[in-house]
Design a protein around this ligand. Structure first.
Ligand SMILES: *[C@@H]1O[C@H](CO)[C@@H](O)[C@H](O)[C@H]1NC(C)=O
Ligand SMILES: *[C@@H]1O[C@H](CO)[C@@H](O)[C@H](O)[C@H]1NC(C)=O
Ligand SMILES: *[C@@H]1O[C@H](CO)[C@@H](O)[C@H](O)[C@H]1NC(C)=O
Ligand SMILES: *[C@@H]1O[C@H](CO)[C@@H](O)[C@H](O)[C@H]1NC(C)=O
Ligand SMILES: *[C@@H]1O[C@H](CO)[C@@H](O)[C@H](O)[C@H]1NC(C)=O
Length: 819
């Protein structure tokens, strides 16, 4: 940084004020300084004149030089680089490249160049001079064909030679659509690669792919032309001053933060980027991406890793930073569609119709708003929600990350005293009420250390509210000088610093995390919102266990076509008979509510009568909704006295995603409080192998049942039924008689070698209540067929279910019943 001495002597106004004050204070000092100043001026000028230490020549090429990004940020950023380096000993030339011929594009380029503004610390005079030099060093080049790149490559080598300067490096900034990256990179490698010892840096802008596999493909394509250390993938968020301060802040304040930076003290973390703009004019791009790909997968996810990663010993060591980031990525819990809410502003679809020339009645499902809850599976953060949210057409433009701490003080009186207030740290990226980037720390938390001369504490402030709290409740830190993210990153690229750029591994890890959610949301209808302040609180969402839902049901504008016109507005539950047993039928949601209520009634009765409730659950997809519903009965259901058994299990380790136990665990058991001893997974894995007859797993489970369950009679058995008529893991064609008197057996599904462990018909038929749950249109054919077949357990195992002294109830939703 420049000292005020250098600043002061170019003749700007702040200098004279400063000097005058000095004048009054100490004459002697002034004289001394004036002396120094004069010497400096001379030194500077003579240095420029002689071109003092020659560090070499740097060529900067912006490909896509007249595009929006280049016009708005890049030329400005490179001008700042030039202004800061002008007497550093490096010399520069700048090339704006594009597809258009020179006579057309050059005037546009120079219009853009003329608009660049000087860094604040440069005087007007000096600015004009530097700008004039900069304009002289820039030229437009058409970059379209292989020959164009060959000519450029030749020029880049010859130009410095002609001036008698050695070449130091070449910087290419690709400000072109992502589909052109591979092609341009190949041309750079073929024709513009510099001689040995001269660096090559190629800068790329998002989007880096559309999902995991496209990102992987793009990475592989680029890797054939460029080495990883030559590529600088920009996430401009990482150039924002507050974002790049997150790690240093955590380090500088570690004595305060270390004890509280964990799930015990943090209530939740919120990472938020709100926009007021729409996507108009960008629809051809936006409609393929949507808000998650556009800003959440990259900007907000990067902030998440900076907030949660282990602090590297050396904050600017790119390798260490990456290693710690990857640890977070590998600990992020898998996201399912119920971890997110999505919305779309009302006029979006019209914009799509116009810009993509679609006919009326085309419905885009692209979300322009998303709220997502993420968990990190690490002892430090387990169970601590991290909310990522962003949207277009919201009420204000604002970006921040807030760490909200638990407050364990109970205030009896004086509720406005500081220790009764929420405790939080806000990394305020910019815009919004505050208008400047800042880090805010609640005064009841700690006074942050300020160990950095580039930041200062804000003491005088207007009386405004930040996120609902008066600003006087915070200690506020802000940068001395505000700097544009692009200028910051361009300066880092020039210095060859890579810690604020996205490596290929980082990128793929992030896509690996987001892609499954993106796929599971692909067909989900977004909530339509009007935009701006009119949104009111219709986009507010709430956290229910591991689920996120909109907080407000009122006022939903769902497009008719999204609901498929099913018109299922009847809330009636119908009772009837099916295969001579009781049947309950309703639309799926009501059916689940009813089954969960019946289950709870059975549980309460059993606990009243015998002190415990033995429940056997099936895996598969149909009971998921039921599990989620039961998880909501977490306080009323007698979970403490409930034993959970498995009806059947796949021969995979219990930690695998397709393990039935894992499903029951993830959707139900982890949300309710019950003793570990009451949970009885099937012992499919013994002696480090899976489902081997000799290991006696089935027998072991049978013994456990006989010992704990009175008369081996479960109180409640929940079953599903497959398209082939299988139930539990009893498949057609397997010899059910062979199970004899066993309660548990190893069975085989037709798709061998997938073996299973299953309760036998005998075990199921001893139960006091059996429920068979069947839902969805795809089961309609089966339900019709089953209503006609006689009992033939060997070809239709489900027809073998006849509780000997209990009851069987079929729960069938209207879709399955009526088709
Ligand atoms: C000396 O050069 C630096 C770097 O370009 C510039 O910022 C500063 O204003 C110059 N000082 C004078 C006295 O010209
Ligand atoms: C660049 O091009 C050369 C041949 O011109 C090729 O051998 C090399 O593999 C390419 N890629 C890299 C990363 O150098
Ligand atoms: C930290 O890492 C940077 C980049 O690798 C390196 O230049 C610097 O010397 C390191 N600092 C320390 C204290 O090791
Ligand atoms: C829009 O589509 C119609 C019919 O598909 C076509 O005739 C028309 O030329 C298109 N307009 C534009 C601007 O692409
Ligand atoms: C076990 O079941 C039998 C009848 O099936 C019943 O008489 C007895 O009370 C039960 N025992 C317990 C401890 O619930």
């Amino acid at each position: 940084m420049q000292s005020f001495i250098e600043l002061g002597c170019v003749g700007n106004r702040s200098c004279s004020v400063l000097c005058q004050r000095m004048l009054k204070v100490v004459w002697a000092a002034l004289l001394l300084m004036a002396n120094v100043c004069v010497q400096r001026v001379q030194a500077n000028e003579s240095q420029e004149a002689k071109g003092a230490p020659k560090l070499g020549h740097v060529s900067v090429v912006i490909v896509g030089a007249t595009g929006d990004l280049a016009k708005k940020y890049l030329w400005q950023g490179f001008f700042h680089l030039y202004a800061n380096q002008v007497s550093s000993g490096y010399t520069f030339s700048f090339y704006g490249g594009g597809l258009s011929p020179k006579d057309k594009a050059a005037p546009i380029l120079f219009e853009a160049l003329k608009r660049v503004s000087c860094p604040r610390d440069l005087s007007e005079e000096r600015c004009a001079l530097v700008k004039e030099q900069f304009l002289k060093l820039a030229e437009y080049r058409q970059l379209k064909t292989v020959e164009d790149y060959q000519a450029l490559g030749k020029h880049l080598s010859e130009h410095p030679k002609g001036e008698g300067i050695a070449e130091a490096g070449r910087l290419f900034y690709l400000s072109v659509p992502a589909f052109a990256y591979a092609d341009v990179a190949e041309k750079i490698n073929a024709s513009c690669r510099p001689a040995e010892g001269v660096w090559l840096r190629v800068v790329l802008e998002k989007p880096f792919g559309h999902d995991f596999s496209s990102a992987q493909l793009l990475s592989a394509q680029l890797a054939s032309s460029l080495r990883d250390e030559e590529m600088y993938r920009i996430d401009h968020y990482l150039g924002k001053q507050v974002v790049s301060k997150i790690l240093p802040f955590r380090r500088e304040n570690s004595k305060h933060l270390d004890p509280i930076w964990n799930k015990h003290h943090i209530e939740r973390v919120e990472i938020v980027l709100k926009e007021t703009l729409d996507a108009k004019g960008r629809i051809p791009f936006y409609d393929q991406y949507g808000v998650i790909r556009d800003v959440i997968q990259n900007h907000l996810t990067e902030v998440l890793t900076l907030l949660t990663m282990g602090l590297p010993a050396n904050l600017s060591d790119a390798k260490e930073v990456l290693k710690n980031k990857l640890k977070i990525f590998s600990a992020l819990e898998h996201l399912e569609s119920h971890c997110a809410v999505i919305g779309q502003y009302k006029s979006y679809n019209e914009e799509v119709e116009q810009e993509l020339n679609k006919t009326k009645g085309h419905y885009s499902l692209t979300p322009t708003f998303a709220g997502i809850m993420v968990y990190i599976n690490m002892a430090q953060y387990e169970g601590m929600p991290i909310i990522l949210t962003s949207g277009k057409m919201l009420d204000e433009r604002l970006g921040y990350a807030r760490i909200l701490f638990k407050n364990d003080i109970f205030c009896v009186q004086k509720h406005d005293s500081v220790h009764c207030k929420p405790k939080q740290i806000i990394f305020y990226f910019g815009h919004g009420a505050l208008q400047y980037p800042a880090i805010l720390v609640s005064k009841n938390l700690f006074k942050p250390d300020l160990m950095d001369t580039e930041w200062k504490e804000v003491t005088e402030q207007k009386d405004i509210n930040v996120l609902g709290m008066p600003i006087s409740n915070y200690y506020i830190l802000t940068p001395m000088v505000q700097r544009e993210a692009y200028a910051e990153l361009i300066s880092q690229i020039f210095q060859g610093r890579k810690d604020s750029f996205i490596s290929a591994e980082n990128l793929l890890a992030s896509w690996g995390f987001w892609t499954p959610l993106l796929h599971s949301l692909a067909k989900a209808p977004p909530r339509i919102y009007p935009g701006g302040v009119e949104n009111g609180n219709m986009l507010d969402f709430k956290l229910l266990g591991r689920k996120v839902t909109f907080a407000n049901d009122a006022l939903v504008f769902i497009n008719q076509d999204f609901t498929g016109g099913s018109g299922g507005q009847s809330f009636q539950v119908m009772q009837g008979k099916y295969r001579n047993n009781d049947m309950v039928s309703a639309w799926s949601e009501e059916l689940i509510v009813r089954l969960a209520d019946d289950l709870q009634a059975a549980a309460e009765k059993a606990v009243r009568e015998s002190g415990r409730f033995h429940l056997a659950l099936s895996g598969g997809s149909s009971p998921l909704a039921l599990f989620q519903r039961l998880a909501q009965h977490q306080y009323t259901f007698p979970w403490r006295d409930t034993h959970v058994w498995m009806v059947d299990e796949r021969c995979v380790p219990l930690t695998e995603l397709d393990s039935n136990f894992r499903t029951v665990h993830d959707h139900l058991l982890q949300h309710v409080k019950m003793p570990y001893f009451n949970i009885h997974p099937m012992p499919v894995q013994m002696n480090q192998r899976l489902c081997v007859e000799e290991d006696g797993g089935a027998l072991l489970y049978e013994r456990e049942i006989s010992q704990l369950v009175n008369g081996s009679r479960f109180h409640f058995v929940l079953l599903g039924v497959g398209h082939d008529g299988h139930t539990a893991s009893l498949f057609p064609g397997s010899k059910l008689e062979a199970h004899g008197n066993s309660l548990v057996a190893l069975t085989e599904s037709p798709a061998k070698p997938h073996q299973r462990m299953s309760l036998t018909l005998r075990a199921i038929n001893r139960a006091q209540k059996v429920a068979i749950l069947t839902m969805g249109k795809s089961k309609h054919e089966l339900i019709t067929q089953l209503s006609r077949v006689k009992d033939k357990p060997n070809s239709w195992p489900v027809t073998g279910i006849h509780p000997t002294s209990g009851t069987l109830v079929w729960y069938i939703d209207y879709d399955a019943l009526l088709g």
